[in-house]
Design a protein around this ligand. Structure first.
Ligand code: TYD
Length: 237
């Protein structure tokens, strides 16, 4: 390139949508039933011969799981909001780079329990850092990776709390034990994010029976998969 040539355009971030695999994320408040729905979807997809990577945030890699332990441990309270947002974003950057992008590039389906919207909601709205600001931080951390489908399991804060108490007793992690007002702010932020990009979200009333929710999720995911090549899991994988 001669010095007179125009500078090349900066490399565009490569959203998952342009990759070969399909990236599905579950979001929602604590006690929404994400783990159950993630498990059911992964079972359904695998039974249909799809090669699926199941993962979660914070976590997904050894570094991410270590950061998870640090950021959720009540022994570290109080953690200021910026530190908290950066720890989640750091775990996410490693997760995307080390696990999610390689899996999508290999044509695998990735199903993650939480992703960047959790930070936009919990740290942006709940902690008051600003939804757009935290979303921008995470856009940088993920180099622009966007899920193909985000399933938002919507529950009122009180319902989520009651379910958590039933599940775990009264102890929860540093975020779960925040008051209902915190969880309600998160909920409104999730709903607002979904409303901005309705084609990419499936918003479900998570108070409904799990079987019904699982059926709707499976239908939506199969619709996304229909447009993609379909690598099958190797025998024994
Ligand atoms: P989660 O794994 O859903 O909780 P559980 O262990 O009960 O299944 O998430 C852990 C907590 O971390 C949850 O309260 C939400 C919070 N969180 C954030 O605040 N920001 C984030 O970016 C993420 C991924 C999670």
């Amino acid at each position: 390139m001669s010095p007179a040539d125009p500078a090349p355009a900066p490399a565009a971030p490569s959203p998952a949508r342009s990759g070969r695999g399909v990236f599905v994320v579950f979001e929602g408040g604590d006690g929404a039933g994400k783990s159950t729905q993630v498990r059911r979807l992964v079972e359904t997809l695998r039974a249909g011969g799809h090669d699926v990577v199941r993962t979660r945030e914070p976590g997904g890699t050894p570094l991410g799981e270590t950061l998870r332990g640090l950021v959720l441990d009540p022994a570290h309270a109080p953690v200021d909001a910026r530190t908290e947002a950066l720890l989640f974003a750091a775990a996410r950057a490693a997760h995307v780079e080390q696990l999610i992008r390689p899996a999508l590039a290999a044509g695998r389906t990735v199903v993650s329990d939480r992703f960047a919207d959790s930070s936009a909601a919990y740290q942006g709205a709940g902690r008051g850092l600003g939804v757009d600001r935290v979303a921008a931080l995470n856009d940088w951390a993920t180099a622009g990776l966007v899920p193909d489908l985000t399933v938002l399991l919507d529950v009122p804060a009180g319902t989520g709390r009651a379910r958590r108490e039933l599940r775990d007793g009264r102890d929860g992690d540093r975020l779960e034990t925040e008051p209902d007002a915190f969880h309600d702010a998160n909920r409104q932020a999730f709903l607002a994010l979904a409303a901005r990009d309705p084609g990419r979200y499936l918003v479900l009333d998570a108070v409904r029976p799990p079987e019904e929710l699982a059926a709707e999720v499976a239908e939506a995911v199969h619709a996304r998969l229909a447009g993609h090549p379909r690598p099958t899991a190797e025998v024994g994988a």
